[in-house]
Structures are given as structure tokens and as C-alpha cells.
Design a protein around this ligand. Sequence first.
Ligand code: NPW
Ligand code: ADP
Ligand code: K
Length: 501
Amino acid sequence: MKILTAAQTREADAYTIAHEPISSIDLMERAAGALVQWIEKEYGPEQPWYIFCGPGNNGGDGLAVARLLFQRAYDVQVVLVTEGQNHSPDFQQNLNRLPTEIPVTRTASPDDLPSLLSYAMVLDGLFGSGLSRPLVGLHAQAVQHINNSAATVIAIDLPSGLFADAPTPTDSAVVEADVTLSFERPKLAFLLPESGSFVGKWHVLPIGLHPDFLNKADSPYSLLTPERLKEVLKPRLKFTHKGTYGNALLVGGSYGKIGAITLAAKAALRAGVGLLTVQTPMVGYSILQVAVPEAMALSDAHEQHITAFPEEVNQYQCIGIGPGLGQAADTALALEKLFRQALPPLVLDADALNLLALDRQLLRNLPANSILTPHPKEFERLASPAKHDYHRLQLLKDFCQEHECYVVLKGYHTCIGTPTGECYFNTTGNPGMATGGTGDTLTGILAGLRAQGFSPLDTCLVGVYLHGLAGDLAAEQEGEYALIASDVTQYLGKAFQQLLQ
Ligand SMILES: NC(=O)C1=CN([C@@H]2O[C@H](COP(=O)(O)OP(=O)(O)OC[C@H]3O[C@@H](n4cnc5c(N)ncnc54)[C@H](OP(=O)(O)O)[C@@H]3O)[C@@H](O)[C@H]2O)[C@@H](O)CC1
Ligand SMILES: Nc1ncnc2c1ncn2[C@@H]1O[C@H](COP(=O)(O)OP(=O)(O)O)[C@@H](O)[C@H]1O
Ligand SMILES: [K+]
């Protein structure tokens, strides 16, 4: 699902009006209808609803919702915060249509704002995608008033004060929503950590914007949906055997960090790889043989860390390097020597990435189409420090293009950058996964999938989605607090089953 900018959303709106065709006020009525349908499903008419409206079409939506909820016997009050501003035509028309029984507060000063009881519902229709500058004065005071209350806040389209696809100044007032109901598509701001925390839970409400426009809209950003993945992940065929599903090599572990490569190994096997070989330093050999009997073990000549890769690397269909690897000088030398050979596809994580960050020449020799899985700190070391989330996205696109690689930038909405400049945001996963070792399981999954012959892009999309889904299924059973990395691996089978349904 393509993510549109605020400007593209306005174009989609205009295109729909011209080509469906539909009048602007009827499109607003459709949007309000979608909001009301959602509200009716989630909330009964018991609580009082305070509908805050700004001067534009976001406020127009609010007014239309007020009328529709009133018709359904909800207790609604309208709070206008439009003093001294021109009303948009559709706002004005919906103000004219408002039943006279609905109380309307015209806010001229903060004293006019109604007190909001904890059980009240606030519908935030102050500003949407037409926000053109940070909120100040009375608008900022109205936002603070909402934020200071314990009421449940539902934002129409996006929380007021938040820019849809550009950095919001940190000192600007922004509504802290519990729920955001976004029309047709999510906004880029929802997916990034600095802005996403204002959005609460978000849902997309289709309002019938014209498919011709949506299909043709050009955007580098997409949301990862299961539909796209179902085209890629197919059931296994009857006459296949372990040779069909690739031989992956995992290299990593060091004294005190054999667990990391063990976690990756278990996850690679659960991701369906045909054969798995794991190379650790000597200290890891017996541990691995006991912990993962399904894997073949190779021992490095060194007791505590990796000093060389196997001679015959081309018998493997993918090499995953990094979990627990450490940053010893002879490990760096081994990596440098490896990069000078013709290699099968690579998945690089953790200290393999840190070694690349320490040696720019090594980074320049990175084989094309490698998959890198940094968390934001590791990415910063590889690229450069980001001034804000949008800057980091730009750095991600530049890095992937420059090094012809795929970068899985890990986080709540993990973002997969590609050499063509396209970025895919993941929607699965939960804060229970913020625990040591979950990144190692992702490396194992990716190496396991890549060895089975998935393209680098499909490997990233399927692997990241399944990893988060397994985390979600684990959290349903274990809760987020108690979740550990092994649980993610344990629930990987159920995640596969869900995606294959
Ligand atoms: N296609 C769709 O998706 C559909 C979208 N729809 C809805 O329309 C919404 C977009 O509506 P919109 O374009 O009228 O913009 P909106 O956010 O109401 O604000 C504009 C007003 O605010 C003002 N203003 C701006 N910044 C300000 C500031 N900092 N401080 C003070 N004032 C400020 C600005 O005035 P000006 O900048 O000219 O002073 C103008 O008056 C969208 O989010 C969705 O809810 C649906 O109805 C139908 C389908
Ligand atoms: N709040 C969160 N929500 C969703 N996923 C998360 C969250 N925190 C971490 N994760 C996921 O957990 C993994 C953590 O990886 P990483 O930081 O490399 O951990 P480690 O190095 O301990 O294995 C990533 O895949 C990341 O997307
Ligand atoms: K809003």
C-alpha cells in the first residue's frame, strides 16, 4: 500500500471530485460517514462527545460527524476554535446544516474551553492535512487543554498540529491522540518514532478515493501488507527435499556471546532452510551441537572469536554473519578477505555492521545485494547521525543506493530500504520484542529465507513481517513483559501458517 504525501492526498481528493465525479461536500459526507461507522462500532452513545473544529475541512468533517452522531442519539457538543479565520466552504455548509439542538461553543479565549471529564470523548477536528505552520496562540491552548484532560481523544485524519510528512518542530503544540482515524492511507508521520507517538492506535478508513489516482501515485514509501507477501510465500511442493531449500551458513559468536549465534541458528531452521551450518569459535562448538542438534557445526581455529571463514563458501546459498561476532582485529581481517572472493548472498548484522562502520574500504567492497540489519544506532555508525526521522529516511535511501544493498532499519515500524530508493514499512511487532536477542532471530530468519532462493527484497519483506508476526503471536500468549527472543522463534511456525492461509 503506497503512502501518499499531504499534497498527493489533496490531489487524490481533487481527482476523485473531478473523475468519479462527486461534489466536494458529498466527499466530506462520505468521510464523515466512515468516521461515524467506526465510532458506532467502538463506542455507544453513553459518553459526552466534545467535537473540536478548526476552520478548514478537518473542522468540516467534525461538524458533519456531530450532525450524524446527534441523529444517532449521541450526546454531542461542538467546540469551534476558528476565531478570526475564514471558514472553508464545506466547513461553512456543514455549520449551516448543524441541528440547532447541538450546543456550540465559539472559543474566543482559553476560558471559553469546556472542562473535559475523564469519561468524555474528544473528537479532534482542529487541523488535518492542511496544516501549514506550527500551532500557536489559542489553537495551541486548545491543544494543551485537550492534552491536559483525561478524556479519550480520537483524531480525525491526523492529530492536530502534526505535520503529515515533514518534521514537526519540537516546541509546537500537537494533540496526543489515543486513536487516529486516517482517510484512505496512513501518513508517513505515523510510522516514524518522533511523530508516531502522538498518533496512538491508528486505523485507515477507506473513503473511496479514485483508484486510478491511487494506483498511479508515485511514492517511494509503502506499507507492508500481507496481500503482497501471500504472492511470494507459497506452500512447499510434494517432491521437494532438503536440497531444495538451500544450505545456509551462519558465522558468529564469541566468548560470552555464543547465545546470539545459537538464537540465529534456531530461527534459520524454523524459517525453513534445508540445511544449516554454523561456524563459531572453539568455545561455541559443543554448546551449539547440544543446543541446536539440527545444525552442522564448524569450529574456528581460535578459542574465543572468529579468525577465518570456511574455504568453500560457495557450497552455501547464503551466509549470515554477525550475531555475537565481536570486533577483534583478526575477525575484521577475515571479513576483508571474505569480501575479496566471489560470494553467495550475504546477511550482515550486529558486529559485522560495526566492523563495516570502522573500515570504510571494507564498506566500499560490500558485495551488491547484501542485506544489512542495523538498529538505528548501528545505522548511524554506518551512515551518519540523523538530525531527525525524515533525515534518517533520506540517509537510508542514499545509503542503499550508494552501496547497492538492502537495509533493514529496525524499530517499531522497521523500514526496509532498497537500492532503487523504495522503502517498505512493517506493521507487525510489538514492544515485547525490545529485548536482547530478537535481532539475532531476525538475522537467522533472513539467512534461512535467502538460502531458500527468495530474492533479497522478498527475503526482507517476508522475513521482517514474519518475525514481527511471530512476536505478536508470542505476546498474545506470554504478554509483552515476559516475551524473550526464543519465544519469537517458537511462534514462527504459527506466523507462517497465518501467512499461508
Ligand atoms: N481527500 C481527503 O483525504 C479528504 C479530506 N478531508 C478532510 O480535509 C482535511 C484537510 O482540509 P484542509 O485542506 O481544509 O485543511 P485543514 O487541515 O482543515 O486546515 C486548513 C485550515 O487551517 C488553517 N491553518 C493551517 N495551519 C494553521 C495553523 N498552524 N494555525 C492556524 N491556522 C492554520 C488554514 O488557514 P491558512 O493557512 O490559510 O491561514 C485553513 O483554514 C483532511 O485532513 C480531512 O480531514 C475530507 O473532508 C474529505 C476527503
Ligand atoms: N518496540 C518495538 N516494537 C516492535 N519491534 C521491536 C520493538 N523493539 C525492538 N523490536 C524489534 O526487535 C528486534 C531488535 O533487534 P536488535 O536491536 O538488533 O536486538 P538484539 O541485538 O538484542 O538482537 C528488531 O527486529 C526490532 O524491530
Ligand atoms: K485532526
